[in-house]
Write a protein that binds this ligand. Structure first.
Ligand code: N01
Length: 530
């Protein structure tokens, strides 16, 4: 999908994107059964499942030059996962060789590369290819997909685009006039040597708290611009010993047991996040103690202490964030940014801080991704327009009314604040696989979720959402859309989502039969639709 752009950021070099080809004539389109957009954990997981199920007629379109998605793109110093590795991996592909409890980025990227090779799906990928538009053709009952490598006609489209892929660049006055280097955390410019430079980092989210400690000792001056203080817990990270790895490799079930223990430990947190937010106050005490132990200066302690309840935004983990902020050449700046000049950042109090480079760690377009504009449904409206007008929502996070034969892996309200997204991805992959089986079994040409089913599902979900910490904790976060609704997170236990998506529920969908299918064979399906 289209890339967010701004002048002078490495996220924005137009030359790095292949040029779009003109729309293909229908006869020159390549026909494909299932077209998967994106090859991060989600798209790759979908491809592997289709291959395992003996389906051959699928293709993955990936704009990057290899698999990995967010783990390919986020190469900033210090990048690592904050979910334990034994859980943050495919269930069918355990890795006994994880080096630590929280793996670094490069290790996860290696894991994804190896897994793609092992399951032999790389020749089903078109890399360095961007989807420029996808339009539902009601007559042909197919998606007409334009890409930078030509046109495709697909029976089913799988949107595995990911929520954290379009950098959100801050709209700060004068940012385009800055003469030094500017780059987004997820588009780290490795040609830029920060050694001995005066560097500013804008943002104090999950990315910034990894970047700041990793670059601090390299630079001459580090200004950290904080808009909202995050809650930070101790990071219980350690290297796995050789004997541990041997146990995981050679003792059947040992690694699965470790994974299960991590899973259920994390799942217990849902009680606090989604049902009884007061329980999280215990965690808040631990985070407060973390501040007291690592910072002695009262003013700095106050500046880093959030004024909202823990859990409302993502809980961060770090042992070196606060110790970095107390270093002499590091300054936490809490006055808002008024403007950026050729060589400096000016804050609202009038202070001018000269800098040589700016790292923009300001997050992603999650609820307003520009990618949604390129997908046009049955009535010609783009997904972006539909979601702006009606709110971002999908049935079971997977299907959107008006967008037949398209499934998300993973879509609205499937994100997690406490556990591994790979679990949610595998749940959605089950749903996708079941949908394709149902299409085969009943000879279906199309399926489209019923608007009333989608509405009822989301009304129910949002009703439950009201009691969660994300709505009651007193913060603003990227979990919420412009209407103030939480359209990103799953508000319950992940095993409940697994149950919900185990089987494709045809009764919630309108369907049409394939032209070659005898009408009698459709009876069952028609009965299923209430
Ligand atoms: O982005 P964020 P991120 N002027 O949106 C600030 C995942 N992740 O890239 O809080 C000044 O969390 C903004 O301030 P505020 C993880 O799911 C995982 O860090 O909005 N500041 C905030 O401090 C995470 O949640 C890992 O007031 C501005 C920061 O920028 C998600 O990615 C590692 C601003 C943005 O924080 C995103 O994390 C990294 C402006 N105009 C990321 N606009 C793992 O470990 C925004 N900010 C797995």
């Amino acid at each position: 999908m289209t890339q967010a752009t701004t002048r002078r950021t490495t996220a924005a070099k137009p030359s790095s994107r292949p040029k779009a080809k003109p729309a293909a004539a229908p006869e020159s389109r390549r026909q494909v059964g299932v077209l998967i957009i994106g090859s991060g954990f989600a798209g790759l997981g979908a491809a592997i499942r289709l291959a395992k199920d003996g389906r051959d007629d699928f293709l993955v379109i990936e704009r990057g030059s290899e698999v990995g998605g967010t783990w390919r793109d986020n190469t900033y110093p210090g990048a690592a996962c904050d979910v334990p590795s034994h859980l943050y991996s495919y269930s069918y592909e355990p890795n006994p060789d994880w080096s630590r409890s929280f793996s670094p980025q490069w290790e996860i990227q290696d894991y994804l590369r190896r897994t793609a090779e092992k399951y032999d799906v790389l020749d089903k990928h078109l890399f360095d290819t961007e989807v420029t538009s996808a339009q539902w053709d009601a007559e042909a009952e197919q998606w007409l997909v334009e890409t930078t490598a030509g046109g495709f006609a697909a029976d089913v489209v799988v949107a595995a685009i990911g929520a954290l892929c379009e950098p959100a660049l801050p709209d700060i006055k004068g940012i385009e006039t800055f003469q030094g280097e500017v780059f987004h955390s997820s588009r780290w410019n490795h040609d830029s040597d920060l050694t001995g430079k005066r560097v500013a980092v804008i943002g104090t989210g999950a990315s910034a708290i990894q970047i700041v400690p990793a670059v601090a000792d390299q630079v001459a001056q580090l200004d950290v611009y904080q808009r909202t203080a995050p809650w930070v817990m101790p990071r219980r990270d350690r290297a796995y010993s050789k004997p541990e790895k041997l146990v995981y490799k050679h003792i059947p079930g040992a690694q699965r047991l470790a994974r299960e223990a991590i899973y259920w430990g994390r799942e217990a947190l849902v009680v606090g996040f989604a049902y009884r937010p007061k329980i999280l106050l215990g965690a808040q005490r631990v985070a407060e103690r973390h501040i007291r132990r690592q910072i002695t200066d009262d003013d700095l302690r106050e500046a880093v202490t959030p004024n909202w309840q823990i859990g409302c935004k993502r809980i961060l983990i770090s042992n070196d964030w606060y110790p970095t902020l107390v270093k002499d050449h590091v300054e936490l700046v809490t006055d808002g940014i008024a403007e950026i000049r050729e060589n400096a950042i000016v804050t609202r109090d009038g202070a001018v801080r000269e800098v040589d480079a700016i790292v923009v760690a300001t997050g992603f377009h999650v609820t307003d991704s520009p990618g949604w504009e390129a997908i046009k449904g049955a009535d010609g409206r783009s997904l972006g327009q539909v979601w702006r007008e009606e709110g971002q929502q999908a049935y079971k996070g997977a299907a959107v009314a008006g967008f037949p034969n398209m499934l998300f892996v993973v879509g609205p309200n499937t994100g997690l604040g406490h556990s591994s997204m790979i679990y949610m991805i595998e749940s959605h992959v089950n749903y996708l696989a079941s949908a394709l089986d149902e299409m085969d079994e009943h000879g279906l040409a199309t399926f489209e979720v019923r608007a009333d089913k989608q509405r009822a599902y989301n009304d129910d979900l949002q009703e439950h959402m009201k009691q969660t910490i994300w709505m009651t904790g007193g913060c603003a976060s990227w979990y919420l859309d412009s209407h103030g609704k939480n359209t990103t997170l799953w508000p319950s236990f992940t095993f409940a989502f697994r149950r919900l998506t185990r089987k494709f529920d045809l009764a919630a969908y309108r369907t049409t039969a394939r032209a070659d299918r005898p009408a009698a064979s459709l009876t069952l399906v028609e009965e299923g639709v209430a």
